[in-house]
Design a protein around this ligand. Structure first.
Ligand SMILES: Cc1cc2nc3c(=O)[nH]c(=O)nc-3n(C[C@H](O)[C@H](O)[C@H](O)COP(=O)(O)O)c2cc1C
Length: 207
């Protein structure tokens, strides 16, 4: 059975710190028998979601996340990497993820999600929390590691010296591969749990 993970680099730098962390994840996943594809979106001109709700009818965004959507649908897991900008994931990535997650209606249930963040000094854990929320609203189990999934650096050379950060990336990938394989077995044995979808409550009474 071929397992696939989609890796998204949200940094504007193709060879920067986020890329260095993601490459470590990528190599370890491949060693664990999981195929990977990396997409670099941080250098693209991505506008924020304009809430046109066209995707509600068409199941696709008016913008160009549509090339990524089928890759996400086919994947058993996704790794999202971001540099930290003012204590948050970078804006281009957030615009991209809002569009990707909001516009796609295929089930993401039990696809494994992992967030990876890179900062020079601080703001990693807040950024990590933001990214994990895309997974936890989508029925996606979150892969973890032996520390929060973060590296430190201003350049890729700095990240190469962050030995614990890189170790965290390798351990993350091993856990992710294990989860993907285990969920595949469990889906065969038990099927996916059924989700209720009937209620959509927007606090109409203000209570
Ligand atoms: C606009 C901007 C804001 C930044 N804000 C932070 C920050 O809040 N905390 C921090 O430690 N580093 C901050 N940085 C540095 C980057 O997060 C850091 O260098 C990161 O590792 C770069 O990753 P990259 O090479 O993949 O782009 C900022 C950089 C930029 C360009």
């Amino acid at each position: 059975m071929a397992y696939k993970v989609l890796i998204i680099n949200g940094s504007p730098h193709a060879k920067g710190c986020t890329a260095a962390a993601l490459e470590e994840v990528c190599h370890t996943l491949e060693n664990e028998g999981v195929q990977t594809e990396t997409i670099h979106i941080g250098n693209k001109d991505v506008r924020g979601c304009v809430s046109c709700n066209s995707c509600g009818e068409k199941g696709r965004c008016v913008f160009d996340v549509n090339e990524t959507a089928p890759k996400f649908e086919a994947a058993d897991g996704i790794v999202i990497g971001s540099p930290v900008y003012y204590g948050s994931p970078n804006g281009t990535l957030l615009s991209f993820l809002d569009r990707l997650f909001y516009s796609t209606h295929f089930s993401k249930h039990m696809k494994v999600g992992a967030a990876v963040v890179s900062c020079r000094r601080s703001g990693n854990t807040a950024s990590f929390d933001v990214l994990n929320k895309y997974f936890t609203i989508s029925g996606m189990p979150v892969a973890s590691s032996t520390y929060w999934n973060q590296v430190h650096g201003f350049t890729a050379e700095d990240v190469a010296k962050d030995l614990e950060g890189l170790q965290t990336m390798r351990n993350l990938a091993k856990n992710m591969a294990f989860m993907i394989k285990s969920f595949a077995d469990a889906k065969e044995k038990y099927g996916l749990p059924e989700m209720e979808r009937g209620s959509f409550t927007s606090f109409p009474d203000g209570l």
